[in-house]
Ligand binder design. Structure first.
Ligand code: UDX
Length: 468
């Protein structure tokens, strides 16, 4: 492999929107700062991204930014959704892992370093060690959830996972810093298993431990939001770069005309922005469950009744694959009432929506990107977490940062109605104090001299110093 003194950075994200998006933003920032970048997606996601990307104009602007792809091992007709996550993880390990190794070995220019997703450590770390290439691990979760994941083995050892007698309200006391915060129900969803040998739970235990072989950790968070836990994580990683909210850092450093627009797996429907323009200030509740979560028809109906009965206007992202299972809903009825008080799109320009003055609250699944985007926009949340890190995030939103309400494990129409009213009207003043404070801190962190801005500069410098 040839070596050059221009930094060559290879990115390996986990193949899901919530992972690709922040890694792509960082890749563009590094590219703009002079590094050559190779971004490795799965074939499936590569095709989706390219189907609505003008690659020629992207390459004209960024000739030193290459896309490569590897198979994920799933049959083309299989959905890449929560229902197939176990199968996807299996095929990634058997098919994507050797494919990434082959790609790395056959690349003509030696990467200066690999920035690998924390849950792609199985694919990146062994081969990087074999070839002597440094790896920086990018965990796309919050610092709080990353720290929680370091205690999964301990939780099993002391008998707190699987949950004894299915008790979801037991206080969790073995995670330093979170003794008075977390209950069983607030642990990552992988803890909701029948036996400790569960393959998904053990995948996370292995990946979390493998990550520690990386030379540094990148987190999409900001110091002022999670300072205590970031400093505890320093006992595991001597170098941590907190560079979030990355979408805000990206906006502050890359002009709109230079931005790639190839960071989404869905095509945005911007028609909702005109509808928002006609709504009063802070009156609309924005509803989105991210890119992976599914609802049953019954759950969708409860949300819909709760929203309509609240009397508030709502903008709801209903992805084509959001609602699963048998239907008990009359779509005509939904459509007619929704038209009076709501607007439905299949994919929204979420960052723009959250920044719109008509938006007064966010009913969210508490994915980490959505949480950070909401904090940054100063929009309080109602959290309905489902998978992965979302249970931890929603608990931090309600109990630590106090920027929203946690509606975990229930979505009956009366709870939805009440919380929407609380958020938009009756409890707004209480929740806005903290929401405004963290929005300001987030904003400052990405400005020149701010914590995330400075950490990004340090990351650039450290990567430059790895070049021969
Ligand atoms: C997944 C996991 O579910 C999440 O828990 C984890 O933290 C990251 O990976 P996802 O479910 O997609 O992510 O949620 P989230 O992290 O919130 O990311 C969704 C992204 O898609 C956000 O950046 C959001 O702005 C964007 N989005 C979502 C849109 O642009 N438009 C939409 O209509 C919905």
């Amino acid at each position: 492999m040839e070596q050059t003194n221009v930094p060559q950075v290879m990115f390996l994200p986990f193949p899901a929107q919530g992972h690709i998006k922040p890694m792509m933003k960082l890749a563009e920032l590094l590219n703009q700062a002079g590094s050559h970048v190779t971004f490795v997606n799965t074939d499936h996601n590569h095709d989706r991204l390219m189907s609505h990307t003008n690659l020629t104009s992207f390459h004209d602007r960024s000739p030193n930014f290459l896309f490569r792809s590897i198979p994920d091992g799933l049959r083309p007709d299989k959905a890449r959704s929560v229902s197939n996550i176990r199968e996807l993880l299996d095929t990634l390990q058997t098919v994507a892992r050797p494919a990434f190794r082959q790609l790395l070995i056959s690349t003509s220019v030696r990467p200066t370093c690999i920035i690998a997703d924390g849950i792609m450590s199985f694919a990146a770390i062994d081969v990087a060690e074999e070839l002597g290439i440094p790896v920086i691990t990018f965990r796309t979760y919050s610092a709080s959830c990353t720290w929680t994941n370091f205690h999964l083995s301990k939780l099993i050892e002391i008998g707190e996972v699987p949950f004894p007698d299915g008790n979801l309200d037991k206080s969790i006391t073995c995670i330093p810093g979170y003794e008075n915060v977390l209950r069983s129900r607030d642990l990552p969803s992988i803890c909701r298993v029948e036996k400790a040998e569960d393959p998904l739970l053990n995948f996370y235990i292995r990946e979390t431990s493998t990550m520690t072989r990386a030379s540094a950790l990148i987190l999409n968070t900001f110091h002022e939001l999670e300072a205590p836990v970031i400093s505890i994580l320093n006992s595991i990683f001597t170098k941590i770069y907190t560079i979030g909210p990355l979408h805000a850092l990206y906006k502050s450093r890359i002009s709109q005309s230079d931005s790639s627009n190839c960071i989404g797996l869905w095509k945005e429907d911007k028609s909702c922005m005109t509808w928002l323009d006609s709504q009063p200030l802070r009156s609309v509740i924005y509803v989105s469950f991210g890119s992976l979560v599914n609802l049953t028809h019954l759950q969708a109906l409860e949300f819909w009744y709760g929203l309509v009965n609240s009397g508030k206007q709502f903008l709801w992202v209903v992805r084509t694959d959001l609602i699963v299972g048998e239907s008990g809903i009359d779509p005509m009825e939904l459509e007619m009432v929704t038209k009076e008080r709501g607007f439905i799109v299949s994919w929204a320009p979420q960052e723009e929506v959250l920044a719109h003055p008509a938006v007064g609250g966010f009913l969210t699944h508490s994915g980490w990107n959505s949480t950070l985007e909401s904090i940054n926009a100063g929009v309080p949340m109602i959290c309905w977490p489902q998978i992965a890190d979302q249970q931890v995030n929603s608990r931090c939103v309600s109990e630590v940062w106090k920027t929203g309400f946690d509606m975990k494990d229930t979505c009956d129409r009366s709870t939805v109605e009440k919380l929407v009213r609380d958020l938009i009207d009756s409890k707004r003043e209480d929740i806005m104090k903290s929401t405004d404070k963290f929005a300001r801190l987030a904003d400052n962190s990405v400005k020149q001299g701010g914590s995330s801005y400075s950490n990004l500069e340090k990351l650039f410098e450290d990567i430059r110093s790895m070049s021969p």
